[in-house]
Design a protein around this ligand. Sequence first.
Ligand code: NOJ
Length: 758
Amino acid sequence: MMKKIVLFWVTLLFTGYLFAQTPNNEEKKAFIDDLLSKMTIKEKVGQLRLVSVGGNLTLDKVLDQIEAGEIGGIFNTVVEPDLTYMQDRALKAPNKIPLFLGFDIIHGHRTVFPINLGIAATWDRDAIAKAAEVSADEATSDGLNITWAPMVDITRDPRWGRVSEGFGEDPYLTSEAGRIFVERMQKQVLSDKKSLVTTVKHFALYGAVEAGREYNTTDMSERKMFQEYLVPYKKAIDAGSRAVMVSLVSINGIPATGNHWLLTEVLRNQWHFDGVVISDHGAIRELINHGVASDAKDAVKVAIKAGIDISMNDEYFLKFLPELVNEGVLTEDQINDACRHVLELKYDMGLFNDPHRNLDPKLDIETMFADNRLHREEARDVARRSIVLLKNKDHLLPLAKNKKIAVIGPLADSKRDILGSWSGAGRANLAVTPLEGIKKAVKNPNLVSYAFGANLSDDPQLFKFLNLYEITTKYDERPADKMIAEAVKVAKKSDVVVAFIGEAEGMAHESSSRTDLSLQASQKRLIKALKATGKPLVLALMNGRPLTLPEEYQQADAMLETWFLGTEGGNAIADVLFGDYNPSGKLPMSFPMNVGQIPVYYSYLNTGRPHGTENMGKYTTSYFDSPNEPLFPFGFGLSYTDFTIDFSLSSNEMTPDGQIVVTANVENTGDKAGTETVQLYLQDVTASVSRPVKELVGFENINLKPHEKGEVKFVIKPEMLKFWNDKMQYVSEPGKFNVYVGSDSTTKDKQTFTLLDK
Ligand code: NOJ
């Protein structure tokens, strides 16, 4: 009873607090109406321009344009004094409208967390929340007030380099991660000093580009869009994200940036989104290349009419929007609408009251990048939860701390790579490499020896590509066989070999699609030579996407997926290698056996001729030269202990407004404490449209001591049974449902219930 009373008062007080913080709508409207009435068309257009310093646009030019009221937001500056001067100049403009100060805060800010695919691999809502919260804390401490995250594009094609920035192949897992990012970064109250406005991106379907080729076309049925790919954007918007970034690709023939159906009919009219819609970098101009605009002026018209508010890296809005209004091609009301979205957001952020929020003009660069501003403990904890144990023959891992260890490979001591892509405000010199982490963790660092072993690749073209703008990837000029010989020598003197292989961070980034997902020949040769020494071989993968590794899986005695783990990566890897942390990560994306299987994902539709082994699989949906199954399935990840899971349903029938409780009994049958992620999948067996063989609808973590038993409960609610039916209505249909509970998506442990008509 007491508890209930306390809860009542806490809820009441919190609601009261929120109410007090929520700007009064009438006041807001009056303020903005008044402001709009004073603004010239040029100033209104200025609010629709996001600009960054660079190229011809020098800092001085940007400052002048800001003072003229011609810029609404700037991005890519993370130096506080510069940001302060920019905001100062905005307050000298005729209507003194403060700027958005934006930056890509994708997986950390000063402290770099694992890449988002790694964050998703934690399958741990608290860990995801920690990464998002710390990122927003650090970014707002730097005076930033808006970011271009989270990216919630569903990704099922690892040839696309940007899979590293998302949360994987599954709508539910991605939606959960996206929701948590929005809640923890943006917060409930935008005028909170720690609130960083989120921009969910890339709306929409960027991750489904044909052949995984960057910026390519997407073509998809509306059912698949609404059922799967659009879900995470919608969830992020429902969680309150006040900005949306539009994807660079065309969707069913119409570029997203000029797509009225997507940006207005779906986003504004169906989803009631009332925030700002931002184009991606240079996307307005690209409408000409897409072939839907004849020239730059036409492109501006197409974008505004479709529903774009803000032009990122704007080149043409200022030049053409006033002209288009003068000529009567666009109405001033159309500009007012877009400008109102911007001003409303700035008002809700409290920028008009406190434009210099968190800015300190005296902060010098050294202090800004100082180690003591980092959140190392949080980063290490999330990083070790991201690591996925893929193989552990004869319990090779964890290693004893008194063994002689050979640490080998082109990625073993690379400070830049471990940060991963999109880590612009991070500093490589502050990162801990695997070699450093391992040396710190062992009893005697002299027992750890190191060899580079091989260049990341033999291909000079790849190095040119990676080092185009700055030298990020080291090329060792020594002959390849000499480097291998050195590595073999080091391996032979040791008890165990830990090889760090995979990709350079620049290979898993924007504009880094691949057709071949195997390791580079140079690394394959190195592994072969290390294997030939007969020493136990641990392969630690560093990569930003699923790779095809059937051969390496055979060669390795143990295999760890470590992604790009960020600032504390090396320490996190050591925690797992030596068993100070028992690995608990699970794959957020299937790892194909070969490129020909792509797209390979767990939630496929059954066919009329399901895959089978009868008649050698002939006349069933199969390949004759490859299995259908991926090498590692979605949701997969081992532990240093073993778990068993069985489960029961509270009923085998459910009324349309009822619910079913799923109780999973989990037992740690091994000798080490560990964490298991219990996964709940559903299948609608018969419906008016074919439904996936399995869909993730829930997951929970449970920590168990050796031989301890525990329980996890899920509730199946009517909402979870809904789908887009044959008439494109979002409904559930009565009939049989299969429930699967297990430790990965291949679980066959099944129970059944019937959804009743009434
Ligand atoms: C282009 C990328 O597609 C987008 O994700 C990013 O936010 C912007 N550039 C700004 O850096």
